[in-house]
Design a protein. Structure first.
Length: 306
């Protein structure tokens, strides 16, 4: 495998994943809410990846270990973070959501330490402190968020970051039961749809995106396409480069997310938000994976092009 491939994957995945924050803001702009959005997102992702799975001539295993993996990814990678993200998107600027996603490595490192898959260093402790300081700058100063924004939604948005960190570490620690990332995300999307449908119906959040499609419907479809690509790439990247390396996509998710929000939503931010971004980026620079995890070595018997 080309040793530059993981870095290229980070950039492309960051651009796609960064776009989902502004798209989430558009999706909730006219009344759609989390369970209904999660249902249609998982349905669309399941259809896209299911078609790709069939085109590749692969089936979808349904043995018990695979089902447990699908369920975990559905909950930790779609349903729970989806509820948190869509709820927070109603109340927070898209750019702030993107900044908070950069907290994934801040959560990923403690989980990796608890699982024994990484080790602690003083620089990483400082990185965690800087990350927490960045969050504090979003929460504490009254002028940091737009008028009418409640800082409690900062905590809600961080639930998504914690879920993604847990997801990556569990996949890195226990693997994907011999399945590839497309199979994993297909199975997880199917279970995610089965979980979210009764919740959408019971909560009155179910809707059908009939033509002519409005801006929220188009945002939902675009987000599903980007999620299908970003999540499958993320699971693949965890497998080849490790959870802490894969979590570094948060750099690019944040930067692309801010750029897309300013470009397409016309968002502007206070000095406190930019200061929080600077602290989070500095924290990320210090919360680095082990050097040997940055570029995965070829497997035994596998050559590296170039």
């Amino acid at each position: 495998m080309n040793r530059l491939l993981p870095f290229a994957a980070l950039v492309v995945m960051g651009a796609a994943w960064g776009a989902t924050q502004p798209l989430a803001k558009v999706a909730v702009s006219e009344g759609y809410r989390h369970f209904g959005l999660i249902f249609w997102q998982t349905v669309l992702v399941g259809l896209l990846l299911g078609a790709l799975t069939r085109a590749r001539g692969k089936g979808l295993p349904i043995h018990r270990p695979a089902l447990r993996l699908y369920l975990f990814i559905a909950l930790a990678g779609s349903v729970v973070p989806g509820v948190a993200s869509y709820q927070a998107a109603i109340h927070l600027p898209s750019g702030v959501l993107s900044i908070l996603l950069s907290a994934v490595p801040m959560f990923s490192l403690p989980v990796a330490l608890a699982l024994g898959t990484d080790r602690l260093q003083l620089s990483r402790v400082l990185g965690l402190f800087l990350g927490l300081s960045g969050v504090a700058l979003l929460v504490l100063p009254e002028a940091s968020l737009p008028a009418g924004s409640d800082s409690i939604w900062i905590g809600v948005a961080l639930i998504a970051s914690a879920c993604y960190a847990l997801e990556g570490n569990v996949v890195a620690r226990w693997g994907t039961q011999g399945l590839d990332s497309v199979q994993v995300l297909t199975g997880a999307s199917i279970l995610g749809a089965l979980i979210s449908l009764p919740l959408a119906l019971a909560s009155g959040q179910f809707f059908v995106p009939w033509p002519p499609l409005g801006a929220p419907d188009k945002a939902l479809i675009a987000s599903a396409v980007f999620h299908a690509f970003a999540y499958s790439t993320y699971v693949w990247l965890v497998g080849v480069a490790g959870a802490v390396f894969a979590a570094q996509v948060s750099y690019l998710v944040t930067l692309f997310g801010l750029a897309w929000a300013m470009l397409f939503l016309g968002e502007g931010y206070t000095g406190w938000v930019w200061a929080a971004l600077a602290l989070m980026m500095c924290g990320l620079a210090l919360v680095q994976p082990r050097r040997e995890s940055l570029v995965p070595d070829p497997a035994p018997g596998q050559s590296t092009p170039g």
